[in-house]
Write a protein that binds this ligand. Structure first.
Ligand SMILES: NC(=O)c1ccc[n+]([C@@H]2O[C@H](COP(=O)([O-])OP(=O)(O)OC[C@H]3O[C@@H](n4cnc5c(N)ncnc54)[C@H](OP(=O)(O)O)[C@@H]3O)[C@@H](O)[C@H]2O)c1
Length: 264
């Protein structure tokens, strides 16, 4: 774990066991998760609810949203596309309406860009634009739309955190990952800038790399990967929830975490 603002690494502890569930810093927090019907997002919705948080989640597909609402008691679904400028305010309003405000936003929904990984020279501009719209502009716009509520939570000392889900592709020039990797690098860098700019408002920003997980996104990118070699999304969700709990429990600051890749 590395701090953007020079805070000591141990100044932002990750504590997996909070003892009494009511003492878990996630208890009662209002948390919005984009991409909550599959993979890491769905695992996170389940984890956060099990720890007493109030959770709204977003995804494009109505059937998936309704299925998760049925299967995960307490999960409040919002149908929307974070890559669409016109849908951001309706998404934000529904999140605020269903939770009565927001303390934490997790920008998790993501696009690879091309349906299958391509060399940059073969990548369609429209596919590159889709990666940027989903992975950079979506988180930017949704953060802006929810900033008033987040800053209010920080002022009321409830704590306010935005987590942007990054990737090791943001740091490594893997061939064929161009559109996705460039968008994740931009997301990661934007996270640091938000952190600096909102430090005085005590809204914290975390860039989180979950590691290679056994999910639909990974299957689309690397169809022949051995699932056994991949991380379970439930494990990454628990790690992310623990980081969030630590962020909410401790002094304001801006933090960057990477769960597996070496710290840089
Ligand atoms: N899997 C990995 O190995 C890996 C590695 C490093 C980082 N990550 C990152 O971890 C995060 C989660 O990835 P994942 O593998 O769990 O993904 P996933 O299994 O493909 O799930 C994606 C979720 O996001 C929703 N979604 C996609 N585009 C959306 C949009 N434009 N608006 C709203 N919702 C949208 C999907 O539902 P709909 O299709 O219904 O919208 C689904 O609920 C991503 O940020 C990814 O980049 C993943």
């Amino acid at each position: 774990m590395v701090a953007f603002d020079g805070m000591a690494m141990d100044g932002f502890p990750v504590q997996a066991d909070w003892g009494n569930p009511a003492r878990d810093p996630l208890h009662g927090r209002r948390i919005a998760v984009t991409g909550g019907t599959a993979g890491l997002g769905l695992a996170l919705v389940r984890e956060l609810l099990s720890r007493g948080a109030r959770v709204a989640f977003v995804a494009r597909g109505r059937p998936g949203v309704e299925r998760v609402e049925r299967e995960v008691p307490g999960a409040r679904g919002v149908v929307g596309d974070v890559s669409s400028k016109d849908e951001i305010h309706p998404i934000a309003l529904q999140i605020l309406g269903s939770l009565g405000g927001v303390d934490v936003l997790v920008n998790n929904a993501s696009s690879l860009g091309p349906a299958h990984l391509e060399l940059l020279a073969d990548t369609q501009c429209e596919d590159f634009e889709q990666a940027l719209a989903t992975n950079v502009l979506g988180p930017f716009r949704l953060t802006k739309a929810l900033l008033g509520s987040l800053a209010g939570s920080a002022r009321e000392r409830r704590g306010a955190v935005v987590v942007n889900v990054s990737s090791d592709a943001a740091f490594n020039p893997y061939p064929r990952w161009g559109a996705y990797a460039a968008s994740k690098a931009a997301l990661h860098h934007m996270t640091g800038i938000w952190a600096e700019e909102l430090k005085a408002d005590r809204v914290r920003f975390v860039s989180f790399d979950p590691g290679d997980m056994d999910t639909d996104l990974h299957r689309a990118a690397v169809p022949d990967a051995d699932p056994v070699s991949l991380k379970r999304p439930e494990l990454a969700a628990r790690e992310l929830a623990d980081i969030l709990a630590g962020a909410l429990a401790n002094a304001p600051g801006a933090t960057q975490t990477r769960s597996e890749a070496p710290v840089r």
